[in-house]
Design a protein around this ligand. Sequence first.
Ligand code: HEC
Length: 216
Amino acid sequence: MFRWPELTAVLVLAVSLTAHGDYPGIGRSVTESEIVAWDTDIGPELDDLPDARGSVSEGRAIYLARCAGCHGVDGRSAEVFYPLVGGTTDADIAGGRVASLRESGVAVSSTIMLLPTLTTLLDYTARAMPFGEAGSLTHDEVFAVSAYVLHLAGVVDDAFVLDPTTAALAQGRLPNRDGFTTDHGLWPGASAQSGGMGNGGIPDASGERCMSDCIP
Ligand code: HEC
């Protein structure tokens, strides 16, 4: 699969070789440890997960101490941001599509209603939360608190322990795991009928351009 860090590494290497070649004394080769520091992405295939582990009950303590103040004890507060959980059903979990997203007039969506992959939750939590103290959680804490968020959402039971061996199970129960499509104009390419993932680049929206007396 295409991975940004590898491309970055190639580009950085190319730039640094050029610098050495064309402008002696300027620039230096990128070091192995610098590449390792950037190479933190983990795709939805769940390869390369850190060797971390966290249970729902460990996550509960972390969540109450470090997340609940903003996201609510039950993860449903809409005070600082959209609710983390809510709006999904057991049928959504079983089927992989959030039924209410097909209806018009959904008042508030939650994180779990949209989340397609577990790694999105882990990565976002690790990089950005708690808000104002981003990056302060250990890998084990990220796994534990994510397990607890999944538990609040009804995705895993309270005995669940998230680690690299159970991650696929949790990802396979995300309520909107099959709710995304690449079959639209933002993803040009061969259509599904021709074995591709796109629709040939047909725009997502269409209509007549209005230049005068337009409806508001
Ligand atoms: C000080 C308030 C605060 C605390 C504490 C906090 N968050 Fe957040 N959280 C936010 C805000 C604000 C956003 C939206 C940030 C943005 O979009 O830029 C957010 C966004 C998120 C999102 C992404 C939601 C989405 O759908 O995009 C997740 C997941 C999340 N928080 C989890 C956590 C977890 C887990 C903790 C505890 C470890 C935590 N947060 C602690 C304020 C907080």
